[in-house]
Design a protein around this ligand. Sequence first.
Ligand code: AMP
Length: 423
Amino acid sequence: MPGERPRAPRGTFDVLPPESERRERLRALCAEVLAGAGYRYVETPVIEHTELFVRGVGEATDIVRKEMFTFADKGGRSLTLRPENTAGICRAYVEHGMHKWPQPVRLWYWGPFFRHEAPQAGRYRQFTQVGAEALGSDDPALDAELILLLREILERAGARHLRLRLASLGSPATRAVYAEELRQYLKQREQLLAPEVRERIDKNPLRAFDSDHPSTRAVMAQAPRLLDRLDADDREHFACVRALLDAVGVEYEVDPTLVRGLDYYTRTVFEFESQALGAQRGVGGGGRYDRLIEELGGPPTAACGWAAGVERILLAAGDQPASESHVDVLVATVDAARAARALTLARELRSLGLRVELGDSRRALRRQLRHADRLGARAAVIVGDDLQLKRLADGSQVAIGGAAEVVEILRTQDPSQVGQEAS
Ligand code: AMP
């Protein structure tokens, strides 16, 4: 549109410094925590065949019914921008025969996801998830491990006022019997239910627990609970998960109404919320999906995992103190003829562990120094006939012999700020 300034599409956003740097730190924290527990990083495509999500996430879910960005490729095949990653990871597990790898296969990911939702604070159309999946074991210790890892990330990221809700959905067979019981219960009270709940009684009656509609909530408060209908194996599995969490001191609430918006879950489900957030307070959640890999054509494979929203973690952590400058030293030159010397010196300083920006040698020295000030650099090295180090805090200037001396002077000036040792 001529004349109109381009804008990012609705529900999407640019991530600029310093926010981008906060995100990088969160990513590094996730990598450290997850790699430290044996989880290995994977990437899967941002586009998948639409069918994968219809089969994997479930036809009756909001995600598949309303929220997918779906388009046809030039050959007329339906593709979808991934709304979540468990289906993609399971597809990759089957496609690459990962059942032959040592089990369980522990994987983690970080990347963009897309849902066509009404944007609001904490809810976007493109957002970032970090996630972990452990495929190939039904050991309740894995459920506990995954919950602990997510909790560690959230706590170390500074997410405030966390609450963990936990439940078990049992097996698909128990769920089917229970769903029928719930359906009958709902049908007998149909006139009290919100229209969208009524519409879904047949397809997905469990979602009625998610409704905010007051009289639906009143009906649901009395509804039969899946947790009371679990079979012996599932009850025992859930008891093990709980005993492990108790043993390591993780606080949680058993919430029999916890329903996650994806159909593939079996047994354990959990969700971390932050009371520091508004309506969109889920920061991350997950659970077991012991049937999904088989449904996607693989061998029967129990698996468990979670995904957390990066934007929501950062929101829940609140404003952080302004970070220090991103450069230590600006290398300035008295004239353009010294550009090569400046380039070399900058490299030497970087190899000694400093963060170094190069001044614009075509500009007057005065302007280069002003630039260094605006960057918040601690010092400028001025390349002329000799080398001068100018401390920006007090404007003092000394002649120096070379790069090593810069590091020495900065370290004695404030040892805490020259932390990065040469590698
Ligand atoms: P889910 O895959 O729905 O279980 O979501 C896992 C986590 O991703 C949620 O707890 C949120 O933190 C985050 N999330 C999901 N949808 C969005 C969205 N539209 N915008 C921002 N974050 C989201």
